[in-house]
Design a protein around this ligand. Sequence first.
Ligand code: HEM
Length: 365
Amino acid sequence: MREQDGLTRVQLQHGDTAWLVTRYDEVRAALSDPRISADITNPRLPVAVHGRPTFARMDDPDHARLRRVFTSAFTVKNVNLMRRAIETVVDRTLTAFAGGRNPADLMRGYALPIPSQVICLILGVPYEDHQFFEEHSATLFDQGLPADRKQAALTALYTYTHRLLTDRLTAPSPGLIGQQAVLIARGELDLDEAAVSTMALLVAGHETTSSMIALSTLVLLQHPDQLARLRDSDDPTVVARAVEELLRYITIAETAAVRVATDDVEIGGHLVRKDEGLMMCLPSANRDGKFAGADDLDLGRDARGHVAFGFGVHQCLGQNLARLELQIALPVLLRRLPGLKLAVPLEELRMRLGILSVDELPVTW
Ligand code: HEM
């Protein structure tokens, strides 16, 4: 499709018709155009469930007002202050995984617990509840599941974060939940909006990074020469480059960036009419001609400028955190388990679409 045209009319799984935007320049043009909206209260936005809006699915100024509550927590500087805490989580998780049963599921044993524990620390969510929120988050992101299951998962998660915030309105408590509780008590933040934002951060904070840890490992096992480059280097620049390339090459957020035009807009030589939906095909944009030999994994390339975290005002809030978690979790896994390999044939893995992931990643070492 991308070779023929930058925009193609497609029918989506849940019935909507939308423009699929496949080229790098067109994706960036659409994502930075103020006439292209992310507003989920617009019935024309091509999504399966029109649930309660998170700031990810609002337009400015509301989007900016709510995002601002969290921006300082996710700057490079503040995320780097968490390095020690993340290293401790990774070390503890890897020690338990390596000392446990062999073969084992890398997803449940390593890829998922790391970002889950980290986002719990940041938010102040009790990690004991991880099974509850991990299961519901996976339901939300699994494109293969029906809309009523997703709606039920959304309601359960919203009720959960609403209760956490309500419980903490009167006593000081740690993390971003505690900070929001203070703002709510002062009348500067709305409780419902805070519950939705917290839910979005909890879900996005672990589901995406866990997929990237698992799929990066899978892809590296299929590219042993590239795996060796990452395993054998302790140069932070080399590791950072490698992670950037893995983000580009895998691009897990396949269908996350959906929009609707609020006016007639020309993109890539096409007239996108008011009320027409758009879906950015980020994996395709990241394999566009902007990156030479884009279909090859090359951990030495400069992959900066990729759109795996989106582009424009909605560009991923948690990207610095995700990068740091990957930079810490991947090399240490490859070094401590040098004999790591898949424990089942590749074809037996069940891929999850939407946010690209695997249900399980059975490995042996
Ligand atoms: C490798 C991991 C991750 C990937 C690939 C990823 C990808 C993305 C993408 C593509 C978007 C833009 C969606 C759009 O334009 O509609 C986005 C937005 C967002 N992400 Fe991430 N993400 C990751 C990790 C995280 C983490 C760890 C957090 C939280 C701590 C997070 C929180 C968010 C939030 C809150 C938004 C909405 C931002 C806004 O609308 O202003 N993400 N992410």
